[in-house]
Design a binder for this molecule. Structure first.
Ligand code: FES
Ligand SMILES: [Fe+2]
Length: 428
């Protein structure tokens, strides 16, 4: 059941021309928080995605440009550039580019020849939705419709977004989002105490039954991963995690708390952005919820000042507290759900050697997601359609539900998973 090293390479390499890189480039990809590029003619922002070094800017008209980071003249970083009068001007010799990458001014060639017209930097289309600037890095003729993940469609007060740098390959991070069996162990302390999780009946079931059974069902956008635990009155407690192609996971809800989800976006093969999304489909987040999220509760983290690097990170051993671990206040000694996950995923090394794994039944979701990615990548190469590209296939929600033992989750939880916008979550 372990992967071959060839499969491991295929799944984890995302640069231009790689098998998985080509697949990921078929989708709209979260590139920046909208607030990072709020101002017209504001500072340009470096963006590294799937191993490509890019520069983003918002021009005088409010349009977003996402270009090759390096000037076509002598490859200076345009991060030093001047964002002015509908273009980004290189700080070295003043060549200027518009949002399409076209060179619109080449001062040394003033009035001579057509060199300027031939100069064009690589550029990618962007769109803004749900507080995120999304980029499309794939072939222009295959560009899909704008994404319709539910969290991106709700109003701004219903949503809180954060992102953090994670020092490992996107796949092992995403696999953590699929594997909900670790919750009963790694996150056991947080379930009881974190203000964004505490108090739900489902938490009791999580802590009582530490050996969930997994059932996985495909749907148009990816996979629905059901984790089944024993509940009261001879019923089962199901937590259903949708995995939406190619790298989104939705965390099953707890009580009336906001829903959570993640995007696991490759920066390069040894780093990823972990996007953390909290939203409520029916109501604005409360001030207390937003403050808790800003303070690093729930799936969010505290940052090292002025960065998206977590305050607890590899260089400081995640501020591990051995006394808390010993006393049982925290299972791993690392504080906070987000960094509990990240610390262990980074500890695997930049890219896990998956030939060395020993997978068991609770890893079923992971096995099926890997297979789905490889199949989709092959389909994409063969010119066939791939899952998760259409807006309808992204319209799924996580749910937690108690069901009679003879009911399949795909039937019993369907109304919670495929639910109209602006309705309450189905949650325990
Ligand atoms: S290197 Fe950019 S203008 Fe010369
Ligand atoms: Fe986790």
């Amino acid at each position: 059941m372990a992967l071959t090293s060839e499969q491991n390479e295929q799944l984890t390499r995302t640069g231009p021309g790689s098998l998985m890189g080509d697949l990921l480039r078929r989708y709209w990809i979260p590139a920046l928080l909208a607030e990072e590029l709020a101002e017209r003619d504001g500072p340009p922002v470096r963006v590294r995605l799937l191993g490509e070094a890019l520069i983003a800017f918002r021009d005088s008209e409010g349009r977003i440009g996402l270009l090759d980071e390096f000037c076509a003249h002598r490859r200076v970083s345009l991060w030093f550039g001047r964002n002015e009068q509908c273009g980004l001007r290189c700080a070295y010799h003043g060549w200027k580019y518009d949002v399409t990458g076209q060179c619109v001014d080449l001062p040394s060639e003033q009035g001579r020849g057509s060199v300027r017209e031939r100069i064009r930097l690589k550029s990618y289309p962007c769109l803004e939705r749900g507080g995120v600037i999304w980029a499309y890095l794939g072939p222009p003729e295959l560009k899909p419709a704008p994404p319709e993940h539910e969290w991106a469609l709700v109003s701004a007060p219903q949503r809180f977004l954060s992102k953090r740098v994670q020092e490992c390959n996107y796949l092992q991070a995403m696999e953590g989002g699929i594997d909900s069996s670790h919750v009963s162990f790694l996150h056991s302390g947080a379930l009881q105490r974190d203000p964004l999780f505490a108090g739900a009946k489902g938490n009791e079931y999580n802590l009582r039954d530490t050996a969930p059974s997994f059932e996985v069902e495909p749907f148009d956008g990816g996979l629905l991963i059901g984790a089944r635990r024993n509940a009261d009155q001879g019923r089962y407690y199901w937590r259903v995690t949708p995995w939406i192609m190619p790298f989104f996971t939705l965390v099953p809800p707890r009580g009336g708390h906001p829903l959570n989800g993640h995007g696991w976006v490759p920066i390069d093969d040894e780093h990823c952005w972990t996007w953390s999304i909290s939203y409520h489909p029916r109501r604005a987040l409360t001030q207390a919820e937003v403050e808790a999220m800003q303070a690093g509760s729930g799936i969010h983290v505290r940052y090292a000042p002025g960065s998206f690097v977590p305050l607890q990170n590899k260089a400081n051993d995640y501020l591990m507290d051995r006394a808390a671990q010993k006393a049982g206040r925290s299972y791993s000694g690392v504080e906070g759900i987000g960094m509990q996950d990240a610390s262990l995923q980074e500890s695997m090394g930049p890219i896990i050697d998956r030939t060395l794994e020993n997978l068991v039944a609770t890893d079923k979701g992971i096995v099926m997601a890997r297979r789905a990615l490889l199949e989709a990548a092959a389909a994409s190469r063969a010119g066939k359609t791939v899952p998760g590209l259409t807006p309808e296939s992204q319209r799924v929600r996580s749910c937690a539900i108690e069901l009679e033992k003879d009911v399949r989750f795909i039937e019993g939880a369907r109304h919670g998973l495929f639910r109209a916008l602006d309705t309450d979550p189905v949650s325990v």
